[in-house]
Design a protein around this ligand. Structure first.
Ligand code: CP
Length: 333
């Protein structure tokens, strides 16, 4: 495997093999599989799970890793192209990325969306400009529109829970959050559930529709896998018979890049906080998923997070196992 940037680059059989390998590495550890291998980790955006789980994954497989982020750089990192560097930053990303990559056998890169222009973000302009600087095998640790490591872990979590691939109902729901968050998780989670063959409903208020190209990509995946995609702003219609609700806040696509317009619209939906009444018409054992971090009492009620419906910790642990499988295929053998 030369790159792990998008679930769409892999067949369902390849994904199922990765999920199976993730499970096997959990029950049958391989502490020498990546002995002597090094993973370079570049974080241009904040993290807890991705930062910790990649380091834990490499250690469990016998390899090592190191982390670079602008916060810890003593030089100050410039990311803008074509800039005259007469300010505080003394190191440009164009040198930093190849240098970091040269110390490792693979590189993981996290670079969130700029959230100024939706076309630029959908084209993955920044992430592609970074990966284009190196030949080293690359892992997307979250870019403007993708979070494949989260998607692989969530696929495994759905399998672990016994949620049916075909006939399983997956609700991807917008939730209130005070900030305009990126589209990477909702966009790539929609695609993951569609590719798994589930009946996916996107539940969101007006103005928070996911972009057409992303809906079309997911619809094609659902068609190929025997699933379906629908979209609504009606909570009870979406939740009827649901096996899973996957909550996430995201930016208004109507006001993309316009913080004031986005804020005015989202503040009309303060009540989009998942609590027990949301589950009234769902399957009795409907589970709550979220990639974390999550704001308690804003996105979801404490009762749900602390109760039996929540599988958020299982999802987070599966991040480490899923990434072990990716690293094993990329660097092992
Ligand atoms: N879910 C996730 O990617 O978490 P972090 O942002 O903490 O890495």
């Amino acid at each position: 495997m030369k790159a792990f940037n998008d679930l769409a680059d892999f067949s369902n059989e390849e994904i199922r093999a990765l999920v199976e390998l993730a499970g096997r590495l959990d029950t049958h550890p391989e502490p020498d599989a990546l002995k002597g291998k090094v993973l370079s980790l570049l974080f241009l955006s904040p993290s807890l799970r991705t930062l910790a789980s990649f380091q834990a994954a490499m250690t469990r497989l016998g390899g090592g890793s190191f982390v670079i982020s602008p916060d810890m750089s003593i030089h100050g990192l410039e990311t803008r192209p074509g800039i005259v560097m007469d300010g505080a930053a003394a190191e440009h990303i164009r040198e930093a990325v190849p240098v970091i990559a040269s110390y490792g056998d693979a590189i993981g890169i996290r670079a969130f969306a700029e959230r100024k222009n939706i076309e630029t973000d959908m084209a993955e302009t920044e992430f592609n400009s970074l990966t284009g600087l190196v030949d080293t095998p690359c892992i997307n640790m979250e870019s403007a529109m993708n979070h494949p490591c989260q998607n692989l872990a969530d696929w495994k979590t759905l399998d672990d829970l016994g949620v049916p691939a075909n006939g399983g109902k997956f609700v991807l729901s917008w939730a209130y959050h005070p900030l305009a968050l990126p589209l990477a998780v909702p966009a790539s989670t929609l695609y993951m559930a569609a590719k798994r063959g589930m009946d996916v409903t996107v539940l969101r208020p007006e103005g928070f529709e996911l972009p057409d190209p992303l809906m079309q990509k997911a619809t094609a995946a659902a068609d190929a896998a025997g699933g379906s995609i629908t979209e609504t702003d009606q909570r009870s219609e979406a939740m009827e018979g649901a096996h899973i609700i996957y909550a996430k806040s995201w930016s208004s696509t109507r006001h993309y890049g316009d913080k004031i317009g986005d804020k005015k619209l989202r503040e009309q939906h303060l009540d989009w906080c998942v609590d027990e009444p949301w589950f009234d018409v769902a399957q009795e054992d409907c589970r709550f998923m979220h990639c974390l971090p999550v704001r308690r009492g804003v996105v979801v009620a404490d009762d749900i997070l602390d109760g039996p419906r929540s599988v958020v910790i299982q999802e987070a642990r599966n991040r480490m196992l899923a990434q072990m499988a990716v690293l094993h295929q990329m660097l092992g053998g």
